[in-house]
Each structure stands twice: as C-alpha cells, then as structure tokens.
Design a binder for this molecule. Sequence first.
Ligand SMILES: *Cc1c(COP(=O)(O)O)cnc(C)c1O
Length: 457
Amino acid sequence: MKNFNRNTEQWQQLDRDHHIHPFTDPAQLNAKGVRVITRAEGSYIWDSEGNKILDGMAGLWCVNVGYGRSELIEAANRQMKELPYYNSFFQTSNQPQIELGRLLSGVTPEGFDHFFYSSSGSEANDTIVRLVRHYWEIKGQPSRKAIISRHNAYHGSTLAATSLGGMKYMHDMGGSLLPGFEHINQPHWYLEGGDLSEEEFGLARARELEDKINELGAENVSAFIGEPIQGAGGVIVPPDSYWPEIQRICTEYDILLVADEVICGFGRTGNWFGSETMGIKPDIMTLAKGLSSGYLPISAVALHQRVAEVLTAGGEINHGYTYSGHPVACAVAIANINFIRDNGLVEMVRDTTGPYLREGLRQLAERHRLIGEVRGRGLIYAIQLVRDKDEKMLFSADDEVGTKCRDHCFENNLIMRAVDQSMVMSPPLTISKGEIDELLEKLERCLDLTASELGLS
Ligand SMILES: *Cc1c(COP(=O)(O)O)cnc(C)c1O
C-alpha cells in the first residue's frame, strides 16, 4: 500500500471523511484520529508511523496462528486461482468445503460430524437461532421457541445475535432486543459473589437457568447458550460447579445446550475447544474467529449427531448465505487447522506458554496494588483492576481506570483491551516466552502509569 504515498495525517483525514467505525464514538475518534495499521508479522503489528506494537489481543481474539503464515496465504492464493467462488445452494459443493468438514469432525469433540458454514460468528449464531427452532418443529414441539442466554454475554452484532447476547448497551440502541430471548445472570464470582463461596455461587447462578425454565415452562424453551469462558464480557471463568449444573438442567428439561466457541475454540484455552476445558458436552457449537485465524471471514455451526440426525431428516432447510462454504475461506481454514495441529499449538498453550503467562500474571498480581484478581485459562486472561485489593474495593466509574490503562498500553506499543475495570488479553497462540516477558513488562509499566495518574503510587 506504500504506493498510495499518503502520510498518516492524510489517511486519518480520509478515514474521518468516509469511514464509520464499529463500536466507536465517531466524534471522539475523529477528534484524535485513527491509528493506521499497515502490516504484521508473528505477534507484532506496525502502524503508519513505523511503531512496532505487540498484539496482546491477536487482532480481535482471532489471529491464533499469528500473522504472516505463508501456509495460509498460499492456500488462499492457490484456491483463488482454482475456484474463487461457487455456491452450495444448487446441489453443488466444492472440495475445500468438503475437506474442511472432514478435518473439523476430527478435531471437534466426539459426535460432532456435521457443519453449516457462514462468514461470521454473528451469522453462525443467527443460524443457530433458526436451526434450534426448526429442530423443535421437526420434533413436533413448535412451542419451544425461547432461547436463554446470560446478561453480559457476547454472541455477535446482527439483530438476532444482539438479542441472543446480553449487552444492555447494544439492546438499548434502537430497541434491538427481539422477543423470545431471555437472560439470566452471569457467573462472575469476583464481582457478584457476595458472601457465597465460589462453589455455592456457581450453583446458584446455574440454578437461575432452572428457575427461568420453570417460569417460562419447559415446553416453551428451545435452548440455552453460553460461552465456555465469557470473552468480551471480561474473560469470566465460571466456578467449577457452574457448567456441570447447567448441563444437568439442560438434560433434565430436554433443552439444547449451545456452546459459543467463537473465542474459546481452536486452542485458546489449552484444548481444541473451551467445552473440553470446562467439561461441557454441548449439542451445538458456534465456531468462527480462530477457525481461520481471522485471515478470511468464515464461521461454522457444529451439530452433534443427536441434532444433525433430526435436522437432516426433517425436510428442506430454508436458510443459507451466498458465502456459505466459500471455497477460499475454507481453504484457509484447512491450512489454519493443519498449522495448529502440525505445530502442536494446542499442547504448547496447555503445557508451556499458557502456564508461563499464568505464573507471570500471578507474580505481577502479588506485587501490584492495582490487580485484585487474575482470571483465565490457556492464553486468555483478564486482570481485575481495583482501588484497594485487600478491601476488594473497585474504582468508581468516573475514575475510568480501564480506559486510562488501555491508553497507556496503546502509547507503549502494547495492544490490550479494557472491559470496564478489567484488562483483557488474548495473544496469538504462537507467542513465545520472550514475547510474554515483553508483554508482562509493558503491562507492569502501564499499570504503574495508571496508578500514578490516579494518584495511587
Ligand atoms: C466475536 C464473537 C462473536 C461474533 O463474531 P463476529 O464474527 O464478530 O460476527 C460471537 N460470539 C462470540 C463469543 C464472540 O466473541
């Protein structure tokens, strides 16, 4: 892109003139100007000013194999030449799509052999909303429509995915909450546990599902959906008692259990899927992000045999996207899965880099006054920022502690994301121990800067 021959200010002005950014206050952003990212390699990105930045978020929780992998790039290039596009509607398929299904049935948990493709996590979750209702219609229980989710869950940004999710500020925009979606509280023990032990709290929060089912009548409920570990909500790892109880309730009331694996999938938590890490046996899984490491947009709905056998015998499925099973995206996903497997990334996260980051964060939390809790698994973590860790006292909203800390990270060439009063990280699964050291050093410096800005050092 160098041949465009524009300087940073010119790029920023054009961006102001023509681009509306997602999840951004345009006026606020335009006042300071965007950072223009120009290239990337491994765990680093570069901006138009030549700054080299450590990407502690793997893009948006998705670049699992890191940047610049020739295997993925060449797979796309080859497939573009061979067959750049063909649809799957007209009794036709393509080789990458077929091969991807075979590969996915190998890496997903036992019983997941059928996949429906689309281009984003949101579209996959929209598909799930339609398919679970269709499933119950085929089973002769058409009143099973309601889907239960959690407050502060993130399931995407289309209208159905927004409703499925639990982000109030998203529901509030334009009254976006559709009927037929119900929400229970999230299992966030540190913030909401009160006097309950972790174990008790996990059970109590899971039993809200049972209460909700009873309130609605099980004959009106189709499914429960949850991220094994809530990502965008603040990397919320439920207590050990939570998922087994959710599982028990879903089984008892015959409710489909959907695991949104968009972030947790493809090695992020130290297993291929977050469901394995958290001991969940879902009926349906949402796959996106790490499915192609973000190199091209692709997602999949993974159906367990017990769901697939109903849907495949239930007549026409009146649903699909122009880009369902896009051959180039599928070719990249194949190369991505092969890369993860052939390089032992999942084992590396589980046995080496994951424990290394965890220990580094634990030590940092011990010596740093701002860290109240470290949460996470594998290579997805959050640190909870607190005004007083002994008193477990949070900051006030006016302190804007997350934003302050994030801005210091930004200025110090480390990408971390703030979720309210937590800082979250989700680096490429290829990150080295040396790069983890760099991440921790920069993080500590930014925490110090945040503390002194708040008059706490
Ligand atoms: C990102 C995300 C989605 C939405 O995926 P898009 O590709 O942005 O539509 C859905 N669920 C979870 C858990 C996510 O993190």
